[in-house]
Design a protein around this ligand. Structure first.
Ligand SMILES: [Zn+2]
Ligand SMILES: [Zn+2]
Ligand SMILES: [Zn+2]
Length: 175
């Protein structure tokens, strides 16, 4: 008997879109934490205080966050937060699909659709750092089909695309 908490679905609205400037980000964080709680509960995974706090810090904004930055903020609230504590929490969150790792930035971003099993594609603004997640099955399928035809096993299927978001592109035009 799994008591299914159905989280308000505002985060999925962020899928494939950059967040509006000045949006209610506390709400994004709230939705992400509720989703994480319900997912972990369903799977019998333990969202401990540290894991929850690290997830919250990854969701500080819509830009990928590095482990050192998480550690720094965690240090404010808990004395003696050690790097292994943060890395272990990040590993847990990655394994549960609650966050993604952006390799090119060596940083982490909250997943906007953690209830769906996916690899994820990311649009990363090189100017402001805002990152939007696409979740296009056609891209996943094409990658795996192409790789398998080449006899290749994909281990890191995350696609990272660098460019300019609409906001920064319009600044560029005016500058
Ligand atoms: Zn937000
Ligand atoms: Zn995702
Ligand atoms: Zn931008």
């Amino acid at each position: 008997m799994s008591r299914k908490v159905s989280p308000a679905s505002v985060a999925p609205a962020l899928l494939g879109a950059f967040p509006e400037p000045g949006h209610d980000h506390a709400h994004c964080v709230d939705v992400a934490l509720k989703q994480a709680e319900s997912i972990c509960q369903e799977r019998g995974a333990r969202l401990t205080d540290v894991r929850r706090r690290v997830l919250e810090l990854v969701w500080r904004n819509h830009r990928p966050v590095g482990a050192y930055e998480i550690l720094e903020h965690l240090g404010n609230s808990r004395k003696r937060a050690q790097p292994p504590t943060v890395y272990r929490a990040l590993e847990f969150l990655l394994a549960q699909g609650l966050i993604h790792r952006i390799e090119r930035l060596n940083a982490y971003i909250g997943c906007t659709a953690p209830e769906r099993d996916h690899d994820g594609q990311f649009l990363i603004c090189r100017d402001c750092g805002a990152t939007a997640e696409l979740l296009d099955r056609r891209i996943d399928t094409a990658i795996h089909a192409g790789a398998s035809a080449a006899g290749f096993t994909v281990e890191h299927p995350t696609v990272e695309l660098e460019g300019l978001c609409a906001k920064c592109r319009s600044h560029d035009h005016h500058g």
